[in-house]
Ligand binder design. Sequence first.
Ligand SMILES: *Cc1c(COP(=O)(O)O)cnc(C)c1O
Length: 362
Amino acid sequence: MNNHHYNFNLESLIRKNILRMDPYISARKEHKSKQKYIFLDANENSFGSTLSFFNSYNRYPDPFQKKLKERISKLKNIPISNIFLGNGSDEIIDLIYRIFSRPEIDNSIIFPPTYGMYEVLGNIHGANIIKIPLTKEKFQLNIEKIKETINKYSKIIFLCSPNNPTGNDLIKKDIKTLLKIFTGIIVLDEAYIDFSHEKSFYTEIYKYPNLIVIQTLSKSWGLAGLRIGIGIASEEIIKWMNKIKSPYNISVISQEIAIKALENQDLFFFHIKNIISERKYMESVLNKITIIKKVYPSSSNFLLVKTNFSSTKLYKYLINKRIFVRDRTKILLCNDCLRITIGTHEENKCLLNYIKKYSLSI
Ligand SMILES: *Cc1c(COP(=O)(O)O)cnc(C)c1O
């Protein structure tokens, strides 16, 4: 491994209880095809489920999701040993806290306004959450402030690019700077990367042993209901995640359906193309409406939009019209901002008409 960190030592970052513990050994280490064997090792119901159609839901899923990982491995051109699958990205974030962050001792650094789960999960784990706001309007990292703030208890830095709820990419050079100077773990959440012109960072895991890239099937692949998050990192980090995850963290159905969905890459690209063209359409129309003060540039499947007055009033008006958007006015640097997910053309037209109507009525 081309290790740029002179003083990076993964084991020294792992919590002692995790280092020492013995993992749960699931009944079936090798997940064999269900037909050829008699399985009396996992206390499953051999008679089957109560569903009337044939299925194998009476059997536990493959704990390491080999088939699904093989597909993702092919798609991303990255070995299976560098891939971890979680029950949503949120499970992966949760596991990262458990592995690295000593409760009540260590801190994690986040950059608001950003995805809320970094703080929520940190609080659950007793991590001290240090917040360093992104710069105003451009929503970029304040590298000098970050350098000043990092201390020996700083274990995890959470970066989100493109960032939620602001929609912008973080500057690549800044991400690299942090990867080089920080001796703890850097989590780079790329939930929206497929909507961006920027390239994913996951190819950099060989260069930066402290990097964990997180992606998800919830957004660009349209599979939020399946709950599948993807962690990409060094083999060593992936091993620690596998050691402590719950054995059957992704259901049979989720695995099967994800494998099917990932086959249809043409439709995936088609959806992305449509979402990006709808994003441009929304941006251009919103910019012409008087109550819209600013539409922030977006590399994601949503727009952050600043209104000239109370965003909450517009938010409530839209709910009355049976349209849900996200009111972000209480979030740092997002005063009077709505976060609007890009919908289908019909949905977007409907939303824009109501915003125009409202704009004329006040
Ligand atoms: C939506 C989103 C996720 C996805 O979470 P899942 O648990 O995989 O559905 C992760 N990070 C960010 C920033 C998000 O906005």
